[in-house]
Design a protein around this ligand. Structure first.
Ligand code: PLP
Length: 641
């Protein structure tokens, strides 16, 4: 056990005090806990306790844990931050946010957003026909907007126009020059006036990972010339009075506040000009862009941001007010389509470590008498290992290992000898690490080299299914163990998933000292589950994931805080079964079963197996078809060991 200061140091090493927004904390027993945003002074609720309870119910990791209270809090903070900025700036119109469905389409998320957002008439954004169909079936409050982006066919347009007749504030945003003809034709056919928006390409580019969704070359939106033509067309069709909204998407995860201010300023210029041309614009929609500080560094970098939510809101409100007052025009209703800022915090991916490969671990090994002399030469390095000579020892160990591997490849030494050489090498790395740990001012090259000998902790999940952005765009997410935070972690590891793919690896971690290439972890104990939590995963990850290696959706568990401050199961969606993922890639599970039965029956007929063995094979196959796609722990295993 460590003293309290050192325990705090262990917890802080993962920088949770920076990225956790006060919602993660350390429990007295060293477990990681979640803090109820409504009662921040109360003790955190232990995650390992919750996982133990869930496992007893048969709900296991990997799982996505959605925390209802965190989602409620995000909606509340966004809406109240705009309310504060509006009041402080004397702005004369309200804020009406919408949630872009594509950021997390799961019903457990969308339904809660609609429910929690009701006090602020929070709406939805649909980027496709299926998303519109989904959105139309949710009971949005009367003042809420349903904003339709994306390329629209006649059916999409028809649905949007008819929805308005049913009292839904469905805005059809014109994304491309061709769409207006479809809209005019459908409106005439239905003899209805639609509520229209126009998406305008801003010329200013924002920085960050999604810079390409801004500026002249962005794929959506109308250019200045196309907007002017559109106004003419609408006027000609006697539909200019339908144009109620201007959409100018600022981007996604915009890291720098200056970019936001400048883009809003440009959006306002278009807005006031369109009004001057006679468009009765009422709403200014600034799209997405509000970031999440994944690394907690508060810097203008891809995974961080150099502004707070209050600054974001104040900058928008202030900029729009100046521009409108200067043009002598009324303040428009402000709309944003923040996705990640609403949902990222509320989901945590929890996985367990299945095994560890330690890269400096071996008992001392003595070469055999007839081994090649290089084995003894390598073993002799320990004899001259000292703080002064660590670099030399490391160089020598690496040299001999390479030479011995080459001798093996050429058939000079056998497999047992090269196995002994590998063990001697690992033993030496372990000894060198011990000396380095006690030595101040280790040459950076040695530290870098030793960092290459990180452990590999194999985690029960698929990166491609559950964290596609980590693989595709090097997204950095906060990750930390969920237990033993009262104990100094003695190992440094990269995390490797269970797909047969070397890309399925996480090797960037948010730590107190910055972004590091190894995660501090504890040595695994036999029969004790070691849980790892990956935080801020609520945005984009759940639906972008794919079936690489046929690993399916994980279990999803929604929890909330009860009156005693403990986490309580609210809702559970079981992850995909093997049958479900097979069906998703065009196999009929029943047919697979029958085909396997045929193969096994042939084996019985040829005498390779007996009927009892056939039955066992079929039972196992059948059970596996209905089971989880991930590593399944035996039922008797206890989460706490
Ligand atoms: C049109 C539109 N609106 C909203 C968003 C959501 O952005 P964010 O998740 O950064 O808030 C996006 C995402 O790129 C988008 O394309």
């Amino acid at each position: 056990m460590l003293d309290t200061d050192t325990e705090a140091e262990v917890f802080n090493a993962y920088a949770a005090h920076r990225w956790g927004a006060g919602l993660v904390g350390r429990c007295p027993d060293g477990a990681l806990g979640l803090v109820d945003p409504a009662r921040t002074e109360a003790a955190p609720a232990s995650l390992p306790d919750l996982l133990g309870n869930l496992r007893a119910r048969g709900i296991d990791t990997p799982m996505i844990l959605r925390v209802g209270a965190f989602l409620r809090r995000s909606l509340e903070t966004l809406n109240t931050a705009f309310e504060r900025a509006i009041a402080a700036n004397g702005y004369k119109a309200p804020y009406r946010g919408v949630f872009p469905i594509k950021v997390n389409q799961q019903s457990g998320v969308i339904d809660r957003i609609v429910q929690y957002g009701r006090p602020w008439q929070f709406g939805l954004e649909a980027g496709s026909k299926p998303e519109l169909i989904l959105a139309l079936s949710r009971d949005l409050p009367p003042g809420a907007l349903l904003i339709c982006n994306g390329i629209k066919d006649a059916e999409f347009v028809r649905l949007g126009i008819l929805a308005r007749k049913a009292g839904i504030n469905c805005v059809l945003v014109l994304e491309s020059p061709g769409e207006i003809d479809t809209v005019i034709a459908e409106a005439r056919r239905l003899k209805e006036k639609p509520l229209l928006g126009v998406r305008i390409k801003l010329t200013r580019r924002v920085s960050g990972n999604w810079a390409d969704s801004s500026g002249d070359r962005s794929s959506f939106g109308l250019t200045t010339k196309e907007v002017v033509d559109l106004i003419g067309k609408l006027r000609e069709a006697d539909m200019l009075d339908c144009l109620a909204l201007q959409h100018s998407h600022l981007g996604s995860q915009v890291p720098a506040i200056m970019d936001i201010r400048q883009a809003v300023d440009e959006a306002c210029r278009f807005f006031t000009e369109l009004r001057r041309l006679g468009a009765p614009l009422e709403y200014l929609d600034l799209g997405g862009g509000l970031g999440i500080d994944y690394t907690g560094e508060a810097r203008a970098t891809e995974n961080s941001m150099n502004y707070t939510l209050d600054e974001y809101c104040t900058n928008i409100v202030e900029t729009v007010r100046y521009a409108m007052d200067e043009a002598g025009q009324p303040h428009p209703v402000l709309v944003t389509e923040s996705g990640r800022a609403i949902v990222a915090t509320s989901s945590i991916l929890i996985t367990d470590v299945l095994e560890a490969a330690y890269f400096d671990r071996s008992a001392p090994v003595t070469p055999e008498p007839d081994d090649h002399h290089m084995l003894s030469d390598m073993a002799a390095i320990e004899g001259y290992l000292s703080p002064r000579r660590v670099q030399e020892c490391l160089n020598d160990a690496e040299y001999y290992r390479e030479e011995l591997r080459a001798l093996f490849r050429r058939g000079v030494i056998d497999i047992e000898a090269v196995a002994r050489a590998e063990q001697i090498f690992l033993y030496l790395v372990g000894r060198i690490k011990e000396v380095v740990a006690r030595t101040p001012d280790v040459p950076p090259e040695v530290a870098d080299e030793l960092a290459e000998h990180r452990d590999i902790y194999r985690i029960n999940m698929s990166l491609f299914q559950s964290l596609p952005d980590v693989w595709a765009i090097d997204q950095i997410l906060p990750i930390m163990p969920l237990q033993r935070l009262d104990e100094a972690p003695t190992r440094r590891a990269v995390l490797s998933d269970i797909t047969c793919d070397s890309d399925g690896k996480i090797n960037h971690f948010v730590l107190e000292d910055g972004i590091e290439n190894a995660l501090p972890v504890h040595e695994l104990r036999p029969a004790e589950t070691y849980y790892i939590g990956i935080f801020l995963v609520g945005a984009y990850q759940e639906t972008l994931g794919d079936l690489h290696n046929l690993f399916g959706d994980t279990n999803v568990v929604t929890v909330d805080f009860n009156d005693d401050g403990a986490l309580e199961l609210v809702d559970e969606v079981e992850g995909d079964t093997v049958s479900e993922v097979l069906a998703a890639v065009e196999y009929e599970p029943r047919q697979c079963l029958d085909a396997f039965k045929g193969i096994v029956e042939r084996a019985v007929r040829s005498g390779r197996i007996n009927p009892r063995q056939r039955r066992e094979m079929m039972d196992t196959y059948r059970e596996a078809l209905g089971g989880y796609t991930y590593y399944e722990h035996p039922p008797e295993e206890d989460a706490h060991g």
